[in-house]
Design a protein around this ligand. Structure first.
Ligand SMILES: Nc1ncnc2c1ncn2[C@@H]1O[C@H](COP(=O)(O)OP(=O)(O)OP(=O)(O)O)[C@@H](O)[C@H]1O
Ligand SMILES: [Mg+2]
Length: 448
């Protein structure tokens, strides 16, 4: 283990002196950066075509090539990449020109390892902040446009949702997996007068009754083994705002009476603490299960169901929303090609027909995943049927072990494929050699 925290970022070094490339590379790799090197403009261009870099350290005197031309080319090829000019003391003037041409900073040779690392860290921080800002802006834009629809059933639901958002009525959202129940719940919160306060989500199946109780209501110090600190609980965090109980169909039966009481009286006690507390919380709940069946089977209390379903909204499956399908597909495509800096711009006629034809058992989540994969593997402007891989598992052209992709992307692709090939979650967990609860968490985390 390194004493210093490992740094994150992909750096391209461009210099015609092999010794400089070597020293800089060691110095940066040593603190955890991923580094690639190029000694000519051609090599740099080829690397930029294959990989996404966050930062380039560019020597302006590159033998034959003019560094300022290289810089201009980089600004076009990878506008997000920060470029720091590395220059000899005698050529600082050119560095200033370079900054006018879009370089972020310059570094005078010779420089110490600390200077080099500090210059890199500074630019990578800017890069991370701007990536984060872009993601947030995208999120805001997405939230605004996401939930419009041209499908009559969905339009009616959105209309009702907007109306009831303003009241404090509890709302139960039903619909198949991946239809956008979670999105709708967050939208309802955002449309309500509680919007300035938090919308807190609880994933019901992820916890046992005991853990869920302390997660929801909090606990006092020493309430149970391991409770070394007092906690406030989600209900308290949601005070004045909204509590979203996701997958309510799996809410632990043992804890249902306490939830019922809280919903009725807005009162609760922390675990191990007799003081009765109050919280002003609006409850939204969602499930893809049939709650009436759960009630019949004795896994869900009927009185709780009646409290939750004051208003019920049922989100239609994607296959019944043909009016929205292509629009959603195009939005996802635009979003992912931007994120991955890929060339695809639209769908071929055949691809459109295939998208409309498919049944989408995983609904919008599946559509999003299919388009994400297509955006990565499509090497041209038009996404074709072959890039969609509908109904079939990605074979030769899918993500590959050893390919240029992150561990997370590979993990996601693998888990997704195993899930698609398994009858049940348990079976998939077995194949993967992990706990069902771990798989459940990963599925959420990776948005599968
Ligand atoms: N209208 C929409 N526009 C864009 N993306 C959407 C829309 N609705 C849902 N999504 C995306 O689809 C995915 C699934 O949505 P969400 O998690 O809300 O579905 P869900 O019905 O809650 O699924 P589950 O029952 O599995 O929890 C998410 O990635 C979400 O961002
Ligand atoms: Mg959900």
């Amino acid at each position: 283990m390194h004493a210093a925290a490992q740094q994150n970022g992909r750096i391209l070094l461009v210099d015609d002196e092999a010794a400089i490339l070597r020293t800089f590379r060691y110095c940066l790799e040593d603190v955890g950066y991923q580094v690639a090197t190029a000694s000519t403009a051609r090599q740099a261009e080829a690397l930029l075509q294959r990989q996404v870099f966050d930062l380039c350290l560019l020597d302006l005197r590159l033998g034959e090539d003019n560094g300022l031309d290289v810089l201009a080319q980089m600004r076009v090829q990878a506008p997000w990449m920060r470029v720091v000019i590395v220059t000899a003391h005698s050529a600082v003037d050119t560095a200033v020109d370079a900054i006018q041409a879009g370089a972020a900073d310059y570094l005078v040779k010779p420089c110490s390892p600390e200077q080099l690392r500090m210059a890199a860290a500074k630019q990578l921080e800017v890069r991370q902040l701007s990536a984060r800002l872009e993601a947030l802006e995208g999120e805001v834009r997405k939230r605004k446009q996401d939930l419009d629809s041209n499908n009559p059933a969905m339009m009616a639901i959105l209309e009702t949702a907007r109306q009831v958002a303003a009241t404090d009525a509890n709302i139960l959202i039903l619909g198949e997996s991946g239809t956008g129940k979670g999105e709708l719940a967050h939208a309802i919160h955002a449309w309500s007068k509680r919007a300035p306060k938090s919308c807190i989500t609880i994933n019901c199946p992820s916890l046992t009754a005991e853990l869920m109780e302390s997660e929801l209501f909090g606990h006092s110090r020493g309430a149970f083994t391991g409770a070394s600190e007092s906690t406030l609980g989600r209900v308290n965090q949601a005070d004045g705002g909204t509590l979203f109980l996701d997958e309510i169909g799996d809410f632990p039966l043992l804890l249902q009476p306490k939830l019922l009481r809280f919903i009725q009286d807005k009162e609760y006690e922390r675990v191990g603490d007799p003081v009765t507390r109050q919280a002003d919380v609006r409850i939204l709940a969602a499930t893809n299960r049939n709650l009436d069946d759960r009630v019949k089977e004795g896994d869900f209390r009927e009185d709780l169901l009646y409290r939750l379903n004051v208003i019920t909204l049922t989100v239609p499956p994607l296959r019944e929303r043909s009016e929205d399908l292509l629009l959603l597909a195009e939005r996802f495509l635009a979003q992912f090609v931007k994120e991955y800096a890929r060339p695809a711009r639209g769908f071929s006629d055949d691809a459109r027909a295939a998208l409309l034809d498919y049944r989408w058992p995983g609904n919008i989540r599946e559509l999003r995943n299919v388009i994400e994969r297509a955006s990565i593997i499509c090497p041209q402007e038009w996404v074709d049927v072959s890039h969609l891989g509908l109904g079939a598992q990605p074979a030769g052209n899918g993500p590959q072990v050893g390919g240029a992709m992150s561990l997370e992307a590979l993990e996601k692709a693998h888990i997704g494929a195993v899930l698609a090939n398994s009858e049940t979650l348990d079976q998939a967990a077995k194949t993967l050699g992990i706990d069902a609860s771990t798989l459940y968490r990963k599925r959420k985390q990776l948005d599968l």
